[in-house]
Ligand binder design. Structure first.
Ligand code: A3P
Length: 283
């Protein structure tokens, strides 16, 4: 893949698509956060849209789910400024690039994590199907790039470790894709506890039903393509998002050697990580 492609530019050493303009990225620190802003944070392909749908149902119409803060041009900050409702703001930014004012105001943030092997496979398909991402040569080259942080949004390891290192500054809540698949009720309850939302068990069950993979996928298939409707900074076409929604798909892609290399890198990078204990990582 050519990083020189006109679809990608490098900012702070991290590949971004040109949907995130360099001017916007540069002006992020001027953003004025509000105490009640809520961030939905993820490395791409970790379940961002799933989490966003849960949030929409939890808050119904009382909030605005914005597009990713890093998506667009410099006018973006003003657009967000003009919103009068509570803002739920998705982002794939690592902690270092997050606008400073979110940190100063200690805004709530929910970070969703997925087994990086499944994330890698999911992102591989995104590269193949999403016209906003450059063409890739094939799985082997791609996986090497993923491991070395040369894919869009940079290294999975750096991303998660940056948020983990500063987890107490904003009191970030970490959610795990696989735990959410296994017991969505429990995960939605964790979100409610974190946000101080009081709803009945029946309502939680209803939210879990409405946000199941099959339900979301079939709803999206009926939607009209709406370019302004975007949670992930990498696409506005939600139809590209709902692929398989399973755990362990990586086993269909990794060779033994690739698996060994990945495990070695994971062990080295995640050695001191407390979160690693909770991540559904399969050898
Ligand atoms: P796959 O490509 O493995 O199917 P993101 O929203 O961060 O872009 O993540 C997309 C991944 O989450 C895709 O994974 C997608 O299928 C999966 N996904 C989306 N909605 C889901 C849901 N309701 N339940 C489980 N997985 C979901």
């Amino acid at each position: 893949m050519s990083q020189q492609s006109n679809l990608i530019h490098i900012y702070n050493g991290i590949p971004f698509t040109t949907r995130s303009s360099a001017d916007l990225l540069q002006s992020l620190d001027q953003f004025q956060a509000r105490d009640d802003d809520l961030l939905l944070v993820s490395y791409p392909k970790s379940g961002t849209h799933w989490l966003a749908e849960i949030m929409k149902l939890l808050y119904s119409s009382k909030v605005t789910l914005t597009s990713a803060i890093e998506f667009g041009e410099t006018t973006k900050l003003e657009e967000l400024n003009n919103l009068t409702t509570k803002r739920i703001i998705p982002t794939h930014l690592n902690y270092h690039m997050l606008p400073k004012d979110f940190k100063a105001k200690k805004c709530k943030a929910i970070y969703i994590i997925r087994n990086p092997k499944d994330t890698a496979v999911s992102l591989y398909h995104y590269y193949r199907e999403n016209p906003n991402l450059p063409t890739i040569e094939g799985w082997n080259t791609y996986l090497d790039m993923f491991l070395h942080g040369e894919v869009v949004c940079g290294s999975w390891f750096d991303h998660i470790l940056s948020w983990e290192k500063h987890r107490n500054e904003m009191g970030t809540l970490f959610l795990y894709y696989e735990a959410m698949k296994k017991d969505p009720f429990q995960s939605v309850r964790r979100i409610c506890n974190y946000l101080g939302i009081n709803i009945s068990e029946n309502e939680i069950h209803e939210i879990c039903k409405k946000t199941s993979f099959s339900e979301m996928k079939s709803n999206v298939e009926k939607e009209k393509y709406e370019p302004s409707h975007t949670v992930c900074s990498l696409t506005s076409n939600r139809k590209l998002v709902f692929r398989k929604g399973t755990v362990g798909d990586w086993k269909h892609y990794f060779t033994n050697k690739q698996n060994r290399l990945f495990d070695e890198m994971y062990r080295t990078k995640m050695d001191a990580s407390g979160l690693a204990k909770h991540i559904h990582y399969e050898n």
